[in-house]
Each structure stands twice: as structure tokens, then as C-alpha cells.
Ligand binder design. Structure first.
Ligand code: NDP
Length: 298
């Protein structure tokens, strides 16, 4: 049976490091890391994410500000708020919760965030730095960065000689994940909805990162024995066995059956999810160190 990769435990270690770094920065320079989270509209899932980001930021000793704007907020008003936050020296990380209402151009808003405060790592300057291998200078998108940390725990930092597949090619998960694996010397395949024989491509992989958004799509017979599986997917499915109308969370990987052949696997929940928020806090403390003219801790 596969080793279960405990994302909660690794995330707790990251948060502990962030707390200490935040404390040291405050003591030595008087600078408190500051994060601003902006949410537009009333999407319940977004509200849960924003609340948990705020809680975690306070736990890390950050100055945390939340801007909750009505669904009817205009694009111009949102851009003005982002500009104000860009100019606010007490804020080192700006996060605009996605998705935005359809009348607002998401890309325009993300590109408005100062790259130095783009702790989500979505700005083209940061994705560009990642793509050219300038990883220490970039803010890397939090979910792939967290996934990479979990891979390092199992496989070490140098993936030379290993084949990896990333299933999914989104700008926030699949593509940055592929760049990180490549930077760690893995031989990388990126699968997507037009890939003709995904199971065959997957069977060749020592590392499988599934970021698709399809419940339990990756099956046991796709997995090379001993492979490391990182399941990014978060899918809510009906769970009638828990009672009428009940649901449960599953990943993009059929967890039970794939555990029988994999070497190591992340659970859902409790795998990649907690890492995402931990990496957001890590990026924010790094931004605060840079703003204070200090070298951020590793
Ligand atoms: P997107 O919907 O943006 O991208 C999904 C990708 O999967 C696309 O590249 C798409 O291909 C590909 N895909 C869809 N269907 C298939 C298929 N049948 N076979 C092969 N490839 C397919 O999703 P995200 O990248 O934003 O998120 C992916 C998953 O990760 C979701 O479940 C999301 O909830 C979860 N997630 C989890 C996070 C966490 O913190 N754990 C954070 C972010 C996301 P194509 O490009 O060809 O359309």
C-alpha cells in the first residue's frame, strides 16, 4: 500500500516557519507582513476560502485586511482598490479571490496587481520568471508550489531521470506545475482534454500530478507501480451513504484503488489543499522581507 503524504502536517511545518520569520522581521525591522484579500460577490465557496485565509494570516502574526465588495462592483472601482493596495506600504500581499463576476475582466484585474505584491503568483511577470527558471525571484502559484514541496518530501529536490505527468494545463495549476517539475530536472509530459491516450502516458510516469477537476478520473491501471501521486483535484460528489442530500469531497484520482499500486499518494482532503494556503502565507512573508530590504528566509 502507498504511503499517505500528509499535507496537513507539512503545511503546519510551513506555517511554523512563516510565523517565526514574521516574528523575526517584526523584531529586527518593525515591519509586520500585511496581506489584503479582496472578494467581490457572495459565492459561498469563495467566502469560505477568504475566511480561512484571513484566519491563517492572523495565526502567522500578519496584518490582515479583508475587502468585501458587492456583486455589482464595477471593474473600474475594483481596479482603483487594487491600485490603492499597490500603493499601501503596510500591504505586502494582494489577493483577489477568483472567480470574479462575469462583468469584470479577471485578467485585467490580476495584471493590475503589482508583481511585487502578487503573492498568488498569477501576474505575467511572475509566471514569466518561473518559465525562464528564475524561481527564487518569482512568486510561484501556491498550489503548484505546495505540490512541489510534497513531491520533494518523497523524491528529493532533484528529479533527474524521473518521468512526470501533469494532467491539466491551466494557468494557475497545470502550467506552473510543469515548469516547476522541469526546473527540478524531471522529464515532463502535460496531458489535457485533447491528449489521445492519457492512461498510456500516465503509465510511464514516476510522478503523477492530477489537476483536472474530474472526480476519480485517474484509475489504478493508469499508475506505474511505486509512482508518487499528487492529487490536486477537489470535487464534491453525492454521498447517499451518509444520508439524503449529503456530499463528500474526492480528488481527481480513484484514491483507494490507486493506493494499491502507488508508492506515495496525497489524500483529498488533507493533501494539497492545506499546502495552498500555507504557500500563500510563505509568499507574503517573502514579500515583506523584500520590501524591508532583507533577504527572505528559505
Ligand atoms: P481548470 O478547469 O482550469 O483546468 C482543468 C484542466 O483539466 C484543463 O487543462 C483541461 O484540459 C483538463 N481536462 C479536463 N477534462 C479532462 C479530461 N477528461 N482529460 C484530460 N484532461 C482534462 O482547473 P484548475 O486547474 O483550476 O483546477 C483543477 C482541479 O484542481 C479542480 O478540481 C480544482 O478544484 C482543483 N484545485 C485545487 C486547489 C487546491 O488548493 N487543492 C487549487 C486550485 C484548483 P483543456 O485545457 O484541454 O480544457
Amino acid at each position: 500500500m502507498a504511503t499517505v503524504i500528509d499535507g496537513k502536517a507539512v503545511a503546519a511545518e510551513v506555517i511554523e516557519t512563516v510565523k517565526n520569520a514574521s516574528q523575526t522581521l517584526q523584531t529586527e525591522t518593525g515591519v509586520t507582513p500585511g496581506i489584503a484579500v479582496v472578494i467581490v460577490g457572495e459565492d459561498p465557496a469563495s467566502q469560505v476560502y477568504v475566511a480561512s485565509k484571513g484566519r491563517k494570516a492572523r495565526e502567522c502574526g500578519f496584518h490582515s485586511v479583508e475587502h468585501t465588495l458587492p456583486e455589482s462592483t464595477s471593474e473600474a472601482d475594483l481596479l482603483r482598490l487594487v491600485e490603492d493596495l499597490n500603493n499601501d506600504p503596510s500591504i505586502h500581499g494582494i489577493l483577489v479571490q477568483l472567480p470574479l463576476p462575469s462583468h469584470i475582466d479577471e485578467s485585467l484585474v490580476i495584471q493590475k496587481i503589482s508583481p511585487e505584491k502578487d503573492v498568488d503568483g498569477f501576474h505575467v511577470i511572475n509566471t514569466g520568471k518561473l518559465t525562464v527558471g528564475d524561481i527564487d525571484e518569482a512568486f510561484v502559484s501556491c498550489t503548484p508550489a505546495g505540490s512541489m514541496l510534497l513531491i520533494e518530501r518523497v523524491r528529493g529536490g532533484d528529479l533527474s531521470g524521473l518521468n512526470a505527468i501533469v494532467i491539466g494545463r491551466s494557468n494557475i495549476v497545470g502550467k506552473p506545475m510543469a515548469s516547476l517539475l522541469l526546473a527540478a530536472n524531471a522529464t515532463v509530459t502535460v496531458g489535457h482534454s485533447r491528449t489521445p491516450d492519457l492512461p498510456a502516458a500516465c503509465r510511464n510516469a514516476d510522478i503523477v500530478v492530477a489537476a483536472v477537476g474530474r472526480p476519480e478520473m485517474v484509475k489504478k491501471d493508469w499508475i506505474k507501480p511505486g509512482a508518487t501521486i499528487i492529487d490536486v483535484g477537489i470535487n464534491r460528489i453525492p454521498a447517499p451513504e451518509r444520508g439524503e442530500g449529503k456530499t463528500r469531497l474526492v480528488g481527481d484520482v480513484a484514491y483507494e484503488e490507486c493506493s494499491e499500486v502507488a508508492g506515495a499518494i496525497t489524500p483529498v482532503p488533507g493533501g494539497v489543499g492545506p499546502m495552498t494556503i500555507a504557500m500563500l502565507m510563505a509568499n507574503t512573508v517573502v514579500s515583506a522581507y523584500r520590501a524591508a530590504g532583507r533577504t527572505p528566509p528559505k
